[in-house]
Design a protein around this ligand. Structure first.
Ligand code: MG
Length: 250
């Protein structure tokens, strides 16, 4: 039974199971063997439906308008271009306008987090999930800590690999992935990464990690040209999916 593993998820999306439901293919086995779980923050640990991220994007546009002396409409256009050409708005501002990254991060994350409410289902699921847990975010540590405190899940996480720790090189630049692996002594073959931006999973898969795409309606989150070769699992609801994983491990 080399390619099968006895697990007890009642409902693992996109995975065929036997009529008895307890013997699942090797991709699921790799989830069972994972000893490090790496989670994106925004629109992953909380639902995109909270509309927190659009508030951050409005702050980004406001920052650009003020810094570059352009209208909000023009600022939004530039923000989209920075994102497409440089991976994040911040990277574009740093490379093209020599913006102080810390000033940008402080400005854009000065938002009302009250739309984020405690998530006891996610808290329970993380508590039952074996292995170390890390957050890997293109945002700042302070923002991540605020969001995780609101969700009531901070206690599960060993560390936050934020954009400062990443040397301001945002996902999907492969360098911060290698930095995370090295800094936290992660064996990629036994790591699983969960993300709402499909493109951000490609470097993780290239390192040998198992990948989970939390799909949303966001146009930016979709796989480029429909390429899903680097995506091993596709899910719609993180707390429900994690909660359904109850490994028997034999
Ligand atoms: Mg995200």
């Amino acid at each position: 039974m080399a390619s099968y593993y006895r697990v007890m998820p009642v409902d693992v999306p996109n995975t065929p199971s036997t009529p008895n439901g307890f013997f699942l293919p090797v991709e699921v086995c790799r989830l069972a063997a994972a000893d490090v779980w790496i989670f994106d923050l925004d629109n992953t640990l909380y639902s995109a439906s909270s509309n927190l991220f659009p508030a951050i994007e409005r702050r980004m546009a406001g920052f650009i308008a003020g810094r570059l002396g352009v209208t909000l409409e023009e600022a939004r256009r530039r923000q989209k271009r920075f994102f497409h050409e440089h991976g994040t708005t911040l990277r574009g501002l740093m490379l093209e306008h020599d913006v102080d990254p810390l000033a940008f991060l402080e400005y854009v994350h000065a938002i009302d987090l009250s739309v984020i409410t405690p998530d006891p289902a996610l808290d329970r699921a993380l508590g039952r999930l074996p292995g170390r847990k890390l957050v890997f975010t293109n945002a700042s540590r302070r923002h991540a800590e605020g969001v995780m405190a609101r969700l009531g899940i901070a206690r599960h996480f060993e560390a936050i690999h934020d954009i400062v720790a990443a040397g301001f090189l945002p996902k999907p630049d492969p360098r911060p992935y290698a930095g995370l692996v090295s800094r936290y002594d992660v064996n990629p073959a036994r790591a699983c990464m969960v993300e709402d931006m499909a493109g951000n999973l490609a470097p993780a898969a290239a390192l040998g990690m198992t990948t989970v795409w939390l799909r949303t309606d966001s146009a930016w989150g979709q796989p480029a040209a429909g390429d899903t070769a680097h995506i091993h699992h596709i899910i719609d609801d993180l707390p429900a999916w994690l909660g359904a994983l109850a490994w028997s491990g034999s």
